[in-house]
Design a protein around this ligand. Structure first.
Ligand code: SF4
Length: 312
């Protein structure tokens, strides 16, 4: 049977936060307001704050519809992908249409840089879950870690997070990405924790480097340290270290295109691929072998783990 290759929809991917998440890419690869040193997608190629309909809305909706018809049953439809999703000018309309079309919850994973904009705030109000980021406690560290667009200033970004929370009464989880020797130090963590308190999210999720980062000096924090820092953020704080295991969905098998689609978004281990696509490990190995034979993928080593990426 011919399997459709999807351009904007990928996965379901294994998400440490969302279980099996059906990703939707709203902007071209690395179109972002930031150029984070820890970004697993590499360096930002288009740093912008220009909100546009980067992808035709009807094509996005058609693909999501098509994907859901294949029998995949994600825990979330996640608007994230390979850039900053709030740069998509029709994100509000997209969420609105998804809510009318499916009962699957819609999550938005955003760097939070544009949440000061009332249009962005209003656009996200219908999402079931919003996960913005806060990676720094002051302007200097913000500049060093997130390398934002020149028009995004730390205070404005923080005001946006606080202001959005006041308007948005559904689930809001704040992601804090800690980096060894940079933000994973007491003085910085205390400042980030104080701002987090003002934002008042339902949960704080501490994250660190798990995949090859954009810069070699973005180094992960060990579990012991993460546990120590988690205490600074209070009781609604969790450390993201793994994702839930899922059982295989009957009738859903993956094709080479599914695997390629998944790893073209971010580096994945064999475990990520097998679990994200709900396929057996040997099936994933077989598909990877096929893609390797055609020189369509490359492998990267990080520590003891092998990550697969698409050969571009
Ligand atoms: S981590 Fe997210 S916010 Fe940072 S550069 Fe990458 S895509 Fe943009």
């Amino acid at each position: 049977m011919h399997r459709q290759a999807f351009k904007y929809v990928y996965g379901p991917v294994p998400s440490r936060r969302l279980g099996r998440s059906l990703g939707v890419d709203l902007v071209p690869h690395k179109t972002c307001t930031y150029d984070c040193i820890y970004c697993q997608l590499g360096k930002t190629t288009k740093k912008t704050i220009m909100r546009r309909e980067y992808v035709p809305l009807n094509q996005l909706l058609a693909e999501i519809n098509q994907k859901l018809k294949t029998g995949c049953s994600p825990d979330y439809i996640t608007l994230a992908g390979s850039g900053e999703p709030t740069l998509y000018a029709k994100i509000g309309e997209l969420i609105d249409k998804l809510k009318k079309r499916t009962k699957k919850p819609v999550a938005v994973i955003t760097n939070g840089s544009l949440l000061w904009d009332p249009a962005v705030q209003d656009a996200l109000l219908q999402a079931d879950l919003v996960i913005p980021s806060l990676d720094a406690g002051d302007a200097d560290t913000f500049g060093y870690v997130n390398r934002p667009h020149g028009k995004i200033h730390f205070d404005k970004m923080v005001d946006g997070l606080i202001g959005f929370r006041k308007k948005y009464h559904k689930k809001l989880w704040l992601e804090v990405f800690l980096l060894s020797g940079i933000t994973a130090i007491d003085a910085e963590v205390i400042k980030i924790a104080a701002i987090s308190k003002e934002i008042a999210p339902d949960k704080i999720q501490l994250n660190t480097v798990a995949r090859p980062p954009a810069e070699v000096f973005a180094v992960p924090v060990n579990e012991l340290q993460m546990t120590k820092f988690a205490k600074r953020f209070g009781k609604n704080t969790e450390i993201i270290i793994n994702f839930r295991r899922h059982t295989r969905l009957s009738g859903f098998t993956a094709s080479s295109a599914d695997v390629l689609n998944l790893i073209s978004r971010r580096p994945c281990s064999l475990y990520d691929i097998a679990n994200g696509l709900s396929i057996a490990h040997n099936e994933a190995v077989k598909i990877l072998g096929h893609l390797e034979g055609k020189n369509l993928i490359e492998t990267h080593l990080k520590g003891n783990s092998t990550f697969y990426v698409s050969a571009k």
